[in-house]
Design a binder for this molecule. Structure first.
Ligand code: TYD
Length: 399
């Protein structure tokens, strides 16, 4: 294995989660008669540039195809987050044109569109791209972003890429594309789950094959710097359990170069990271202890005769279930609001996925919320389950 950023071949092990099927490989009824491929799930950190990564087992086009079932607009709070971002950008920067990379179903660009900014979405999953262009009227190219595509689009004042960097196998080519399609004084912003939060908050379930890379601030700065771009600001935001939003521009654009003060947000985060290196062996032990604890808890509940179901057929949930070996003998079913997931089965565990309406009829005793990143929104939706006294399990505590 070679580092996807600097091509070095020596790594430290961050966490070895054994093997797992593809987390977004939801199965149809027909698929249940076939086997599934399980791939190694071992996150490693490059000794030279510090990028944490998985080896590549599936090409992105096998993941982000017409069956890709994640629609960002499923979450009202994510749409709200996008709207707040758009308002913030308009307050602070002069932007007349925007390209969003991995624009999904137009959840973000719709807010720029409503404010008469020229928008272009780039989205490889045909279902999401169709929802954006036909459903919301957002011009969307159904393709992967790369340096070739970047030469074919009109350059923009702003390029946005939220929750996409982790999915990119060739990071250098992706960033060259950003550099190519960004106006000389333009800015690009990227949001991505922060490796510091993954480790500190035991978010090992966010490791799955679709996420090729896991970024510290130092590593993401190096990725842009080696491609003549410059990270001039950073915000640590609560999205997805803790993300970074970085602001990037051309290396030669001095307009935003208020670095070197020694006290910018970038400087402070860089210093914090170098003062707190990741405790590798402690992290592995904590993950393993968590596995034993959750298995034990679910078994105790099951042995007492309680009916346990899952809310949210999230990809991260599949890492957790498959790493812990939890399946249909413990969990009756999962529910999810995404129509494309309903009627299918979770990869690996093969737990069936239903529409959430089943909860009111079935009245399960314990509802395990796997997308903990949406727990407030989901628990609000589940208030009606108080009627029969259902308990919630989120991560490792009962609410
Ligand atoms: P998410 O945690 O966003 O992503 P990942 O798959 O990367 O782990 O997945 C959330 C899942 O939960 C998704 O399938 C949609 C579903 N969901 C609901 O069913 N109801 C809700 O209210 C919300 C917020 C999400």
């Amino acid at each position: 294995m070679f580092c996807r950023l600097c091509h070095h071949k020596e790594f430290d092990s961050l966490i070895d989660l054994d093997t797992s099927p593809l987390s977004n490989g939801y199965l149809t009824k027909k698929d249940l008669n076939k086997g599934e491929m399980w791939f190694p799930l071992h996150a490693m950190t490059c000794k030279k540039c510090g990028l944490t990564q998985l080896d590549e087992f599936e090409r992105p086009d096998a993941i982000f195809n017409k069956d890709y079932a994640y629609y960002s607009s499923q979450s009202a709070s994510f749409v709200e987050h996008a709207k707040n971002f758009v308002e913030k950008i308009q307050r602070n920067y002069s932007v007349t044109s925007v390209i969003e990379i991995a624009s999904n179903d137009g959840y973000l660009l719709q807010h720029f569109d409503q404010r008469d900014v020229d928008v272009l979405g780039i989205e490889p999953s045909a279902g999401c791209a169709m929802e954006a262009s036909v459903g919301k009227g957002i011009p969307t190219v159904a393709a992967f972003w790369n340096s070739n595509l970047a030469q074919q689009v009109d350059p923009a004042d702003l390029i946005v890429g939220n929750n996409v960097l982790a999915h990119v196998p060739d990071l250098n080519d992706f960033i060259i594309g950003v550099r190519t399609a960004l106006n000389p004084e333009g800015i690009a912003t990227f949001e991505f789950p922060y490796l510091g939060d993954l480790v500190n908050n035991l978010q090992f379930d966010t490791i799955y094959h679709e996420h090729f890379s896991y970024f510290s601030f130092a590593a993401v700065c190096k990725a842009f710097a080696r491609n003549d771009m410059f990270v001039f600001d950073v915000e640590h935001i609560p999205v997805h359990g803790g993300s970074l939003r970085i602001y990037v521009t051309h290396a030669r654009n001095l307009k935003y170069n208020y670095k070197c003060t020694g006290n910018s947000r970038s400087d402070r985060l860089m210093l914090e990271e170098s003062n707190n290196p990741i405790p590798l062996s402690r992290f592995s032990k904590q993950v393993h202890d968590y596995k034993l604890k959750i298995i034990n808890h679910l078994l105790e509940e099951k042995i007492c005769g309680r009916k346990i179901v899952i809310y949210g057929a999230a990809a991260k949930g599949n890492t957790l279930l498959n790493y812990c070996g939890i399946g249909k003998d413990i969990i009756d079913y999962a529910v999810d609001t995404t129509p494309a997931k309903q009627g299918k089965y979770l990869p690996g565990s093969r737990i069936p996925i239903h529409h959430p309406d089943i909860l009111a009829e079935d009245k399960p005793d314990l509802i395990w919320i796997l997308p903990w990143n949406w727990k407030h929104e989901i628990m609000k939706k589940l208030e009606f389950t108080k009627e029969w006294g259902a308990d919630f399990l989120v991560k490792d505590g009962i609410c």
